[in-house]
Design a protein around this ligand. Structure first.
Ligand code: PHE
Length: 464
């Protein structure tokens, strides 16, 4: 918690600073690595046909995700406030309209909406940790694992209970302050999660279907390379890939901006962003490589949807010696990973309520947390009582997911890059990025032209 160590006399953060550069990288990595990598990436890649989708996703991460992340951190650190107030303050400093604060407000709203369903899925992982201990998955058949899953999500009281438990844990820790414990949790969680993913990868390689999984994930149909109409990738899939890039990197809703507000002055934004993007993407790819061979080895459907991870990994664990142990640890870790992401999802809203409405951290966490908890029941019921209530993108859960990942995050991300690239003066951004050479020029080119045009193009084409 060091303040004002910086050589430059700058604004101090309202809530203290991260204790070190590493702490910030760990916190952002903790927010990035979560259900998005292990639960969502494999299932959306599966639903969108694999190879071509994965390629577009990787492209979006590098060309759009990376500059948006850098823009968010630089706005956050320069503003040193919650995303709404930071946008408000910086727009004044740059002599622009204070309507920019709406970018912050939309981001806060995005986080609240995402957490409402994120907590439900995080609850599933808590439930699966307990199931693993009881040994239900030992030598279980694919049918048994699938029916275990449908019975589980089919019972709204059970998944409602786990959603409640997860939200309670999130509220409790957010109420105690951002930095406490988060650093240490991530330092242990990410490496152990990585090791477990490697164990699963080893199992996938031995399954005899690794080649098929690899092919599914990375082979791009010739028709797509030739950009012909036969390419199965639709504009909607491209939008989903873009949305997944935003979701998995935690960008486009102010979480990274809120964390950037506590970033010490001397830390390199460029280095920190590169580290987070690499770790996050690596874990997602690893998850895909572990899961798809299992899908094919067990005759499952890669396009099965949100249950994919919960129906494949327990099968693998069930066949390993010490599977009960590994499976339990894995689902506990995944809950941990989800929890560090949940904190990032709720933090912008909490910081905003504290600063805007003069509430204590505990009050703000309770108000926002309870709101999210109630909203979450829409998603709880989407898997049972209300699963046939289909409108627009699908169930209530599907709609919240589609609206947030594919519309709010890219749209807010678009405005963030426009703000950082066009509204902020080059003196301000050079000062924050601490670079005026090749990397700065590349960032500025991406933030001013490539990323905004790319996002607009995808949004328009997918919506038409
Ligand atoms: N990136 C997180 C994940 O992949 C989800 C998240 C999105 C967290 C947006 C914070 C902000 O699970």
């Amino acid at each position: 918690m060091l303040n004002n160590q910086a050589s430059k006399e700058k604004r101090a953060s309202l809530h203290g600073n991260w204790s070190s550069k590493m702490a910030f990288i760990l916190a952002v990595t903790g927010s990035a690595v979560g259900l998005g990598n292990i639960w969502k990436f494999p299932y959306v890649a599966g639903q969108n046909g694999g190879g071509a989708f994965v390629l577009v996703y990787l492209f979006c991460v590098i060309i759009i995700g990376m500059p948006v992340m850098m823009s968010e951190i630089l706005i956050g650190r320069r503003g040193r406030r919650n995303p709404v107030a930071a946008m408000d303050l910086l727009s004044k400093e740059e002599n622009s309209s204070n309507k920019w604060r709406w970018v912050g407000i939309m981001g806060v709203l995005g986080g609240v909406l995402i957490l409402s369903y994120y907590s439900v899925i995080a609850g599933w992982t808590l439930g699966y940790a307990l199931k693993s201990i009881t040994g239900v998955f030992v030598n279980a058949s694919p049918q048994a694992v699938s029916s275990e899953f449908s019975n589980f999500v089919g019972n709204w009281k059970v998944i409602g209970f786990y959603h409640t438990l997860f939200m309670a844990l999130t509220i409790f820790f957010v109420a105690r302050g951002v930095e406490k414990g988060l650093e240490r949790a991530v330092k242990i969680m990410v490496p152990v999660l990585l090791i477990l993913m490697l164990v699963l990868l080893g199992y996938a390689i031995k399954s005899g279907f690794f080649g098929q999984g690899l092919l599914f994930m990375f082979s791009v149909p010739d028709s797509c390379i030739a950009l012909s109409h036969e390419c199965p990738l639709t504009w909607n899939s491209v939008l989903v890939a873009l949305g997944q890039a935003f979701f998995t990197l935690s960008i486009g809703m102010g979480a990274v901006m809120a964390y950037g507000a506590y970033l010490p002055e001397e830390t390199s934004i460029i280095g920190a962003s590169a580290a987070v993007v690499t770790a996050d993407t690596g874990i997602a790819i690893l998850a895909g490589l572990a899961i798809f061979p299992l899908v094919f080895a067990n005759g499952l459907d890669p396009a099965d949807g949100p249950g994919l991870v919960f129906q494949t990994l327990p099968l693998a664990f069930g066949q390993m010696s010490d599977g009960v142990f590994f499976s339990t640890i894995f689902f506990i870790l995944l809950s941990f990973a989800a929890w560090t992401s949940a904190i990032a999802l709720i933090e912008p809203a909490v910081a905003w309520v504290i600063e805007q409405f003069d509430k204590t951290r505990t009050q703000a966490s309770l108000i926002i947390g309870i709101l999210i908890w109630i909203l979450g029941f829409g998603s709880v019921l989407s898997f049972n009582l209300l699963k046939n209530m289909i409108f627009l993108a699908g169930t209530f859960f599907d709609n919240v997911d589609y609206l947030t990942s594919n519309i709010i995050l890219p749209f807010v991300g678009l405005l963030i890059t426009i703000f950082a690239g066009w509204i902020m003066s080059s003196e301000s951004s050079i000062d924050e990025l601490d670079n005026s050479g090749f990397i700065y020029k590349s960032w500025r080119l991406l933030a001013r032209y490539i990323a905004p045009i790319g996002i607009i193009l995808v949004l328009i084409n997918a919506i038409i």
